[in-house]
Structure formats: structure tokens, C-alpha cells
Design a protein around this ligand. Structure first.
Ligand SMILES: [Zn+2]
Length: 234
């Protein structure tokens, strides 16, 4: 079921299915872990989502692809919420295709500075989250209209069916949001050269602005024998 829902979400988002992989982790989400998560192409330290940490080393076999992790057993979640949640995650793949890695480096600075400011509750209102939630909400209204009331009543899924403020310029707004949580003069202690955020952030923004999306014929595709779904036994 999950496979079909992700294929539909990717198609709706305009992300080619053969540029993505779904890792299905056996079992239910442990504790309050998120049901699913997205990991962009590339190598990333400090995976925040439990489901991605549960996938573990096999993520590295597919580092050229959009990676989606999900728990296989989501009995406690209505199908509509899974479908719409995957559409949210697929929108992050759209953002990657448009802006490349630099956007996600800006995102991780934003999350880090937000966490240090003790403001993680603001996370769903960041520009990239608002965009993903708007895409999810539109998808829900078109395909799962009967499920909307139930999702709106469930705090796990409410953000997927609300209509947050539209994002006019994802890069400008992401950068502006970073400055709400950190001073430009502060040292970015994850930067190799320990430069200030006032240097690192504009450089990433410039990189994202200059990112040229792959033309469809040049995109990395799964090779013959590389599956869309990879099952993981944690
Ligand atoms: Zn998101």
C-alpha cells in the first residue's frame, strides 16, 4: 500500500519515480517517532528522523536518490493521512530538485539555530515546511476530502490539512527566518573554517540560487535491478 501511495505522491509532485527509493522498516513507529521521513540525495550526518536511523547503512547504497523512509506497519494511521504525509515529503524532493543541496544546508542551519533558541515548536511554520504543507493540503482536498476532518482533529496530522501562509520566495524567506534565531556575527561551529553565519548563510543562498536542475535526460536513475522498495529489518 505504502509503495502505491508514494508513487502517487511523487507523480503528483512531478518527481520521477525512478529517481527515488522507499525504505520500508518492518514494524510500527517506536514511541512517538514520525511515521515517515525524507532524505535528500547526498551524504548527511546527524539524521534527525528515527525512521532514517533505523534504515541505517543501506541509505548509503542509494545516496544519488531521493530517499523516503517509512515504517511498514502504520495500522494506527488512516490511509488518507499516510498518502497526504507522503505528498508533504515528496514536496521536499521538489525543493531539492529546484535548489539542490545548499537549500538543505540552509535548512539544517535553521533547525539547529531554532533548536538552540528553544523554539522548535516553530518548526512547522518554516518556509519549506509551509510549502510542503500547502502541497499536502491541496492534495488532501482533491483526493482525500472525506478524511480531512479526521486529520484536522488529530494533532499528528493537523498541519497537513491547514493552509499556512503562502511562500513567495523560498530562499529569501528561509534566510530571513534564520536571522530570527541567530545573530549574523555568531560563529557557525559546524563550518569547517568556523566562519560566521553572516558569511556561511549568504554563500549557501548564492549556491542555491545558481543551482541548475538536471534536465530529465541527465537525471540519475535507478539502475536495472535497483528496487524502488527496500525492506529493512531493524
Ligand atoms: Zn517536512
Amino acid at each position: 500500500m505504502m509503495e502505491g501511495l508514494l508513487r502517487a505522491a511523487l507523480e503528483d509532485a512531478g518527481v520521477f519515480e525512478d529517481t527515488a527509493v522507499l525504505f520500508l522498516v518492518a514494524g510500527e513507529p517506536p514511541g512517538d517517532a514520525s511515521e515517515y521521513a525524507y532524505l535528500p540525495p547526498g551524504a548527511w550526518g546527524n539524521l534527525e528522523a528515527r525512521v532514517l536511523r533505523d534504515v541505517g547503512a543501506r541509505l548509503g547504497e542509494f545516496s544519488d536518490f531521493h530517499r523516503f523512509g517509512a515504517y511498514a506497519n502504520l495500522v494506527a494511521v488512516p490511509e488518507g493521512a499516510i498518502a497526504v504525509g507522503l505528498r508533504h515529503e515528496a514536496e521536499h524532493a521538489v525543493q531539492f530538485n529546484q535548489y539542490g543541496r545548499d537549500l538543505f544546508d540552509l535548512e539544517s542551519i535553521l533547525r539547529r539555530t531554532m533548536r538552540r533558541a528553544g523554539r522548535m515548536e516553530h518548526y512547522t511554520s518554516t518556509p519549506s515546511e509551509r510549502e510542503a504543507n500547502r502541497a499536502a493540503s491541496e492534495y488532501a482536498h482533491v483526493r482525500y476530502a472525506d478524511n480531512i476532518d479526521a486529520m484536522a482533529a488529530d494533532e499528528r496530522f493537523r498541519h497537513l490539512v491547514e493552509e499556512p501562509q503562502p511562500v513567495a520566495n523560498l530562499l529569501d524567506e528561509t534566510v530571513a527566518t534564520i536571522w530570527e534565531y541567530v545573530d549574523r556575527a555568531a560563529t557557525d561551529d559546524e563550518d569547517t573554517n568556523r566562519r560566521s553565519f553572516g558569511v556561511v548563510v549568504p554563500e549557501l543562498k548564492q549556491g542555491a540560487t545558481e543551482h541548475v536542475p538536471f534536465e530529465p535526460r541527465h537525471r540519475v536513475r535507478r539502475a536495472e535491478g535497483q528496487p524502488f522498495v527496500v525492506e529493512i529489518q531493524p
